[in-house]
Design a binder for this molecule. Structure first.
Ligand SMILES: Nc1ncnc2c1ncn2[C@@H]1O[C@H](COP(=O)(O)OP(=O)(O)O)[C@@H](O)[C@H]1O
Ligand SMILES: [Mg+2]
Length: 354
């Protein structure tokens, strides 16, 4: 079956006073129906721009977009703004980091939810109200009928995010794009929201594109993972390959930078390159302990399959002229020619159940 969402060679630049910011530079990935794909990478790697570009939420100008976004057979990249806004909120819904940005302080949460329902569905007010209360109940708001008439400021951060999720679910989207939806919340609240998203996804068979910089969250919810770095895809694969047999040194470094059982976290040295002047060769080479001259010239290495499965990496060690086992030996990374032993616990770094 064709993927629900295909992103092919997506490029986004911003014209700024500092020069042209290359936020995304040829990014490709897919999301299948009903699966959770996590987009991971350090802050500034292009995760938010990728999400917003899907339905052209990024302002053009200053942004310039190229590449193809196909959603359920529709070419969104060439779609009219009217088509995009009818898809947005109906078939593709968004949840962002700060719930207060999605809620209007001057209207009750109930009226905003009714509005979200009636924006895409021609239902009478009374029925929309009933559905809104059901949704509030479904996302875990206690006493939903009473809380319907309260204002956003009367809700805690976690409860506000639950309301935003209810609004996102109002039209039963096929794809939920969640951009760091729990980053602004405390750890306990975060875990409740993640649990809710997992439950809702399973009962609705909804696909989720989940953005996070937190690998603990990835281990808990992802089916597949796309690792972004400075506007380029470094690695893509299922969650087990990414955690147990990471192929790109950047993925390895990301995994080593979080607390995990039996290992002291090692922060990644250095920082992201200047997006107006990215380095030649592999974008990660200035921070990569394995970089050779081959990594410092030309373009980002093409994406290669690590093995037969859908595990891909953009690293010169995996091209036809190199031997990935050298890298694997040096850093315990996955080689493409053997069954390497997992170097990490296949469980979540922060021990939550999947
Ligand atoms: N409106 C904008 N104008 C200029 N640069 C932008 C704009 N939005 C994002 N960027 C740049 O694009 C890059 C990717 O940003 P973003 O997608 O927000 O990263 P992430 O979500 O991974 O932290 C960053 O270098 C950021 O500064
Ligand atoms: Mg972001």
């Amino acid at each position: 079956m064709a993927p629900l969402l295909s992103v092919d060679d997506l490029r986004v630049t911003f014209d700024t006073d500092r020069g042209i910011v290359r936020a995304l530079d040829g990014v490709s990935f897919e999301v299948n129906r009903g699966e959770t794909v996590c987009l991971v990478g350090e802050s500034g790697s292009g995760k938010t721009v990728a999400c917003e570009s899907l339905t052209r939420l990024v302002p053009t100008p200053p942004a310039r977009l190229s590449g193809t976004v196909t959603f359920d057979g529709h070419d969104l990249s060439s779609a009219e703004n009217g088509t995009l806004s009818s898809i947005r909120g109906d078939r593709i819904a968004y949840v962002f980091q700060n719930p207060q940005d999605a809620l209007d302080p001057v209207y009750t949460v109930g009226s905003q939810l009714v509005e979200a329902i009636r924006l895409h569905r021609d239902v009478p007010k009374k029925r929309a109200r009933r559905r809104a209360v059901e949704l509030l109940d479904r996302v875990g708001i206690p006493n939903p009928a009473e809380r319907f008439d309260e204002y956003p400021h009367e809700f805690s951060g976690g409860m506000k995010q639950r309301v935003v999720i209810a609004m996102a679910l109002a039209c039963d989207p096929d794809l939920l794009v969640a951009d760091e939806p729990t980053t602004a919340l405390d750890v306990t609240t975060q875990s409740g929201i993640l649990h809710l998203l997992q439950t809702l996804q399973a009962e609705r068979d909804m696909a989720v594109l989940f953005v996070t910089h937190d690998l603990g969250v990835v281990a808990q919810i992802a089916d597949r993972v796309v690792v972004l770095y400075a506007g380029k895809v470094m690695e893509r694969g299922n969650v087990f390959d990414i955690f147990d047999r990471p192929a790109h040194p950047y993925t390895g470094a990301l995994l080593d930078s979080v607390p995990r059982r039996g290992a002291t976290p090692e922060p990644i040295g250095g920082s992201l390159p200047d997006p107006t002047d990215p380095p030649a060769g592999c974008r990660f080479h200035p921070r990569c302990p394995h970089a050779t001259d081959d990594c410092r010239t030309g373009d980002q290495p093409p994406v290669h399959a690590v093995d037969g499965s859908d595990h891909d990496v953009s690293c010169v060690y995996y091209d036809d002229d190199h031997d990935a086992s050298e890298l694997a030996e040096a850093d315990g990374l996955a080689a493409d020619d053997d069954e390497s032993t997992p170097r990490t616990e296949p469980t979540a770094p922060r021990g939550d159940e999947r």
